[in-house]
Design a protein around this ligand. Sequence first.
Ligand code: GPP
Ligand code: MG
Length: 290
Amino acid sequence: MTTARDTRAATVPTQSTYQNRVADYWNAEENPVNLELGRLDDLYHHHYGIGEADWTVLQEDDPELRGHRVTAELHRLEHAQAELLASHLGPLTPDDRVFDAGCGRGGGSVTAHLRHGCHADGVTISAKQAAFANEQARKRGIDDKVRYHHRNMLDTGFESGAYAASWNNESTMYVELDLLFAEHARLLRRGGRYAVITGCYNDTYGQASREVSLINAHYICDIHPRSEYFRAMARNRLVPVHVADLTEAAIPYWELRRQADHLVTGIEDTFLDAYRNGSFQYLLIVADRV
Ligand code: GPP
Ligand code: MG
């Protein structure tokens, strides 16, 4: 029966071997740089930080205290990035719904809810992340408004036109942009807002650099060129209203993170090289759904 099959297809989280490998990565991921930062205030982010760092944290003499201060400073920078994204979701009311595509352990949806009072639906391909994020929302007492789903962001099965805003925070490099933007355009109401923060490779440099390829291998992702974002948005009823190059603003975070011996994952110098040789950019794009 096709109806039963179609219903199941809408909620099956992974649809390819690649997506299964990505899910495996996130189901197994327990990097201290994510868990120790998140534990500070139960806001678990899976993205990087922006803004000037307080370098005095490195001058702390007591090693244990220095570690704590560095952890807190990195978390402050990551949270500043989440707040920047949430500030671009447009005027939202507590009745509005927002969609967090690739929600990780849930910090972005909580940030948007705390700022706007809105309902949020986060989607992750990792069953473990969805369960973790739902438990966090339950403990915070916001599980009536903030919900996480083990679903595929390309085929959420959510209601068409039901969302006032949606976003990807460093999750677009796992999917084909045309398929992704088609789903955002379907879910957003007319005049709804879409925002993305992403690392993209710089078309003026040429093809993906060695550093971009190393980042791809590290996270099992496929970083898109900058141009492809605008082409794919134009094809999918998403009209950019604001673009910001956050590359400069991203460097202090990575400089501080590379000196955090208790948190490094080994990818820090590659990010700094990629940003500094001009092959890689950290971008915010905000678009209206027309
Ligand atoms: C952040 O997640 C990174 C990604 C999800 C993918 C790659 C992003 C690019 C901009 C290329 P994380 O917080 O889990 O990473 P980490 O463990 O390194 O902190
Ligand atoms: Mg992280």
